[in-house]
Each structure stands twice: as C-alpha cells, then as structure tokens.
Design a protein around this ligand. Structure first.
Ligand code: ADP
Ligand code: MG
Length: 654
C-alpha cells in the first residue's frame, strides 16, 4: 500500500518490527552459542591461512614434475585447505535455508573445475573468493569501528551517592531519583537535574560538535555529555535506556535492521538472476553434451557460468554503503533510525520546514506591548501568569518580558493549552485567553489587526479584549546557506509551514527563497499540507519534513522521512522522527542529504555496474570466449571494484 494511504502504519510497523526483532534475538542468542562450530571458529581466527597456505602449495606444485594420478593427489591438498571454510559456510547456509549463496556456487564451480582437471583454476577460485570476502569484512569492520568509536564515547559507569559516599555502578542500574556524583572530566551517565554545583558541560559526544554550555542548580543535563570544569551532583530523572545516550545506542544498533528498498530490490533481482544462470549452467553442462558430446568442454563452460553468476559483491556492497553512512553521520551527531531513511532523503525533491524553532531560533523577544484599557505591565503579568506552564517559545518570551510575578496574588488554576493556538487559564477567579487572533475569535472575542509587524499574542480577561503583545524571532544563522545547500543537492521545492500570521512569515519566506508558504495553520492543517504534497509527488521522489519534533510527530510520520533538529532532551522528538539531529545546527540537514545522495549513487553504480558486468561474463563464459580462469579473475576484479567504490563515501557527501 502506498504510504500516504496508511499514515500511521509506518511508525507502528517499525516499532512492532523492532520489538519482534529484539525478542527473536534474545531467544536466538543462547542457541547461536551452541550452534557455533569449533572448526569454523578456529578457521575464523586464522583467517589468512585459507588464502596463504593453498597459494604457497599451488606455487610449489607448479614446479613439481607431476604425472598421472599424482597431479590430482597433490592438488587435492591445497584444494581441501582452500575449500574447507567455504564448504562449512555453504553447509551453514543450507541449514539456515539459504540456497544458491555465493559460497555454494563457488563450491559447485570449484568441484566441477577440479573434476575437469583444471586443478589450478579450481584452487585459485577459492583463494580469490576468500580474498574478496576478506576485503568486504575489512571494510565492514571499518564502519563498525567508526560506529563503536561514537558509542564508545558514551558513559559506562555511574557514581551513585550511597550512605558512605559515592558507589561505582553500571549506568543501567541507576534508577530515577538516585543522586549521582559527577566529577569534573567525567561523562554524565543518565539524564538528570543538577542538585549541587556550577559547571560547564560539553555535548560533543552526542551532538558531534563541541559546544560548551554553562549550567547550575536546577538545569537539566543529558547522559553522554561531558562535565568539563567542576564536580556536580545530579538527581537522575530517567533510567539509562531512556536517557539520551541509551536511546542513541539503541537507535544506532537497530538502524542496520531496516534495509533500504534498494537493497531489497537488489536481493530480489539477484535471486532471479542467479536462478536463471544456474539453470543455464545445468543445460550447458548436463543437457547439451547428451546431444553434442564433448563433456569436458561443456562442463568447463558450466563452471564458468556458475562463477560469473555469483551475485559477486553488488548485493553486499549496498549494506556496506549504508552501514558506512550510519557511522559517518553518527560521528556528526546525526542518528538515523534505519538505512531506509538515507534512501528517502536521497530521493527527496520536496523538503518541508516548520518555521518556529526550525528555520527560526524559536527564541522570541517582545518588541511591543499594546494594552487596551490597562497598563502595559498589567497586560504582561496577566499573560505571563496564564502562560506559566507552557513550553511554547511565545510563552517563554512573555514570561521573560514580565519578569518575576507574585504567584500568591496571581494563582493559576485549570490551564488548557491548544497546540498551534494558545492557552486558556484561570488566574485566580478570572478567565484568561492568550493566543493568536483565530483562537480568541473562536471564543467570541474580537481582535483588532495589529498595526505593527510581528507575531502577536492577543490577551483577553473574562471575555474582554485587553491588548496584544508583539514579538519577533531571529532567523537561524546559516538558514539561507542550508536551503541553498539543499537546492544544490537536487531539492527543487522548499516549503515553509507555520502557524504564525502571514505578515510575520511572508518576509521570511521571500528572504530565504522558499517556493511555497502556508501560514496561519493549525497542527492538523500542517498535516494536511504534508499529506497533499505526499499525494502529488512523483513516483520515485520523496517528501522530507524538518521540524523540532515537539508537536509535529504526526506530520513526521506522514512524510517519507521526518527529520528533527535539537533532539537532545526532547523525548517527543526522539520518538517521532526518523532522523535525529542532536543539536540545532541547520547545516546538518543539507549535509545529511548530500551524504544520503552519495550513498544512493554509489549503491546504484555498484548494482547496475556489477550486474551488467556479471551479465557480460555470463555471455562470454557461455560462448566459451573466456576460459574459467579469465572469468574467475575478472569476477574478482569486479567484486573488489564494487567494494572499493564504497570508499568514496565521505561524511561531507562530496
Ligand atoms: P509554528 O508553526 O511557527 O511552529 P506553532 O504551530 O507552534 O508555530 O504556533 C502557531 C501560533 O499559535 C503561534 O505563532 C502563536 O501565535 C500561537 N500559539 C501557540 N501556542 C501558544 C501559546 N502557548 N501562547 C500564545 N500563543 C500561542
Ligand atoms: Mg512549531
């Protein structure tokens, strides 16, 4: 089903899939231990031996004057040595119901070649196969190492305050409410609130960028961050698994379980392709000689076909490219929930931005107070009291402008916030509305149009309009560059959505060259707008949404890929988005898109180039133009090229 027809299916299915994967892994683990073959383990430890030993023996045998039965007898030694690990892997494959794998095809071709008396070719085939496997493993391990390095920077110990001072514990044993001691120079193990001390912390480990940040008592701090200057105590507010670092670890480890569509397609294509060529090989090797005779030459051609049919590395290099992307972006503080996210980003030609907090800093400052039959101060104080509990940037600006308010005089009860509109609260006995004009009008209060520009928060007291507060928000530094960066990377439609008034949004949209602006939207209108874009996009293209993840979770799940900025400390964003940018660096959006495009390109090149080249080998092998030796050398070169092509993937996506 196309995704826009099943708006919420994506998140649900992903979460469910994750749960089942986790359960299966837990179940499988003890068995996996038992299933391990000691011989395979030993061979794994001596990984170069199946390459080096047979190669040496092959060279030695070439110099020996071997006659008659001595030849197969002597060559059998390197043959057995070289094929032992491949046979074991093939048998394992059969046990796991994987048929026609590369290993199985190699063994079949090798046995055929040996039977035809092509001893050197047979042994060489196994050696080259092992060499390309080793190269693949090396490259995969390299990405894994990069990822481990990121995760290695995350905390591994916690000092919990006990009766006789701090006790060393595993961060996973910390429970919310525990008081932790964090010496200067140590990492914060779980999310919490500072209860004692003043210090500077650095989020580099999680955000990929050094950003020292002064904090004191009452501040929230996040696991994974480094405590730089002095000792502090914090009260844990979350267990490790739900803290920033724990969540990152989990997301990073599970991302590889979500294959890209590209990979699934390649696998499907490969399985048909291999089946076809194997059928061709059977006809060539077993059926044709029945009519034409000449068994030896036909069997040789069949072996060449089997060698050429091996899906080579083209299927493997796809996860390799994506795995590398995961590691590289994690290093920059960008975490993806699946390999498929890169694919969606690479194919995005429409990028939708939320305004407040994404394109702008989300830090309003009050520029004008326009009261109606009361003092400016009173208007501010009433509004600030009603906004006491809101986390909206508008509310924060009003509270800041009002300064300290006497909570005893202005007691706030019964607060109700309507996302994208405003709040309704009882301040003492009196009903206060603070919000945009539409919100107040819905409650029967007429609002004048403000004479000056800016975002207006209108205020009413017991149904009487009592003025508005005007404020402006700063555009994020480098927002312009970020949008240009997206255009350079093939995005041709940039859309700005906002709940703010048109008069505040329009100058911004034209300054930043947005192609489309929709203002005065309620959150559900924003969802409709994204849904509309999803319905009207091209077949192969995707729509990305960039927001702060606070109240746009629904929109995130509607778009092909939801990107949240400033995720550190926001549970909502962590749950809702597909791609998590830990800090608020807007340049990371175009950089991640560039990286995704590079990954996609490299995989496509490998897939198309790899299967095209393999097809040529099949044809030439079939016609007998290439001997099995030439086919096996060329197919090794193909595998190596495809694998080495992934080295082009760098973090800046260039
Ligand atoms: P954006 O689409 O720019 O991210 P929101 O959807 O968060 O903005 O909010 C849309 C508009 O609703 C704001 O510009 C503001 O006028 C109003 N609004 C939302 N929440 C509040 C609040 N707590 N107090 C006052 N006004 C609010
Ligand atoms: Mg918003």
């Amino acid at each position: 089903m196309p995704k826009h027809l099943a708006p919420s299916a994506k998140r649900v299915s992903k979460t469910e899939k994750l749960r089942s994967l986790r359960e299966r892994r837990v179940k499988e683990e003890p068995e996996a231990e038992k299933r391990r073959l000691p011989l395979l383990d030993a061979l794994e430890r001596a990984r170069y031996l199946p390459i080096v030993l047979p190669a040496l023996l092959l060279i030695a045998a070439a110099f020996l004057p071997l006659e008659g039965w001595m030849r197969p007898a002597v060559y059998a030694v390197p043959f057995l040595l070289a094929y032992a690990p491949i046979v074991l892997a093939s048998v394992n494959g059969i046990r796991e119901r994987r048929f026609l794998s590369n290993e199985q095809l190699t063994v079949a071709a090798g046995v055929l070649l040996f039977a035809c008396g092509l001893y050197t070719e047979s042994v060489l085939l196994a050696i080259l196969f092992a060499a390309s496997k080793l190269l693949e493993e090396y490259l995969l391990a390299d990405s894994q190492k990069a990822m481990d390095k990121v995760l290695g920077m995350l905390p591994d110990k916690a000092l919990v305050m006990g009766e006789d001072g701090p006790e060393l514990r595993d961060p996973r044993e910390v429970v919310p409410g525990d008081i932790l001691f964090i010496p200067a120079g140590e990492r914060i193990p779980v999310d919490g609130v500072i209860t004692e001390g003043i210090t500077t912390i650095d989020t580099a480990a999680v955000s990929g960028q050094r950003s020292p940040w002064a904090v004191n008592e009452g501040y929230r701090v996040y696991s994974g961050c480094m405590n730089l200057t002095s000792d502090i105590k914090i009260r844990a507010t979350k267990p490790f698994d739900q803290s920033a670092a724990g969540s990152i670890c989990r997301i990073a480890q599970e991302a590889a379980d979500f294959n890209s569509e590209q990979e699934n397609q390649a696998r499907r294509f490969n399985s048909f392709y291999v089946l076809g060529v194997v059928a061709l090989a059977v006809v060539t090797g077993l059926v044709l000689p029945l009519f034409k005779g000449n068994w030896l030459s036909h069997l040789c051609r069949a072996a060449a076909l089997l060698i050429a049919a091996r899906p080579a590395a083209e299927a493997f290099s796809i996860p390799l490219a994506y795995r590398k992307g995961l590691a590289l972006s994690a290093k920059n503080g960008v975490f993806s929930k699946g390999e498929d996210c890169f694919e969606s980003m690479a194919r995005s030609d429409t990028v939708v931005f939320d305004k407040t907090g994404t394109i702008t800093e989300g830090r309003f400052s009050v520029t004008d107070v326009v009261p109606n039959q009361m003092s400016e101060h009173k208007l501010l104080v009433i509004a600030a009291a009603a906004e006491s509990f809101s986390r909206h940037p508008v509310a924060q600006a009003i509270r800041e402008a009002a300064g300290e308010i006497d909570k005893r005089v202005l007691q706030v009860i019964k607060v109700k916030e309507t996302p994208g509109k405003g709040v309704c609260a009882f301040v003492g006995e009196r009903q206060v509305y603070v919000g945009n004009a539409e919100f107040l009008q819905e409650h029967g209060i007429r609002c004048p149009v403000p004479k000056r520009m800016g975002t207006a928060a209108h205020v009413s007291l017991d149904g009487m309009y009592c003025g508005h507060i005007l404020m402006t928000d700063k555009v994020r530094r480098r927002a312009f560059d970020a949008l240009e960066g997206l255009r350079v990377n093939g995005v041709d439609k940039l859309v700005l959505l906002t709940g703010d008034v048109l008069s505040a949004a329009r100058p911004l949209a034209s300054k930043l060259n947005f192609d489309m602006l929709r203002a005065e939207l309620k959150p559900e209108d924003k969802a409709k707008a994204v849904d509309y874009l999803m319905q009207n996009k091209g077949d192969r293209s995707c729509v990305a949404f960039v927001g702060d993840g606070e109240n746009d979770g629904k929109i995130m799940s509607l778009a092909d890929v939801g990107i949240a900025m400033g995720v550190l400390g926001s549970d909502a964003a962590l749950a809702a988005a597909d791609v998590l940018i830990m800090d608020r660096d807007i340049m990371k959006v175009p950089r991640t898109v560039a990286l995704s495009r590079l990954i996609y390109q490299v995989s496509l090149q490998n897939m198309v180039g790899g299967s095209g080249f393999s097809l040529v080998l099949v044809l030439f092998g079939l016609l007998g133009v290439f001997s099995p030796l030439v086919v096996e050398i060329l197919s090794f070169v193909l595998a190596a090229t495809v694998l080495l092509n992934t080295l082009r993937i760098r973090s800046d996506g260039r």
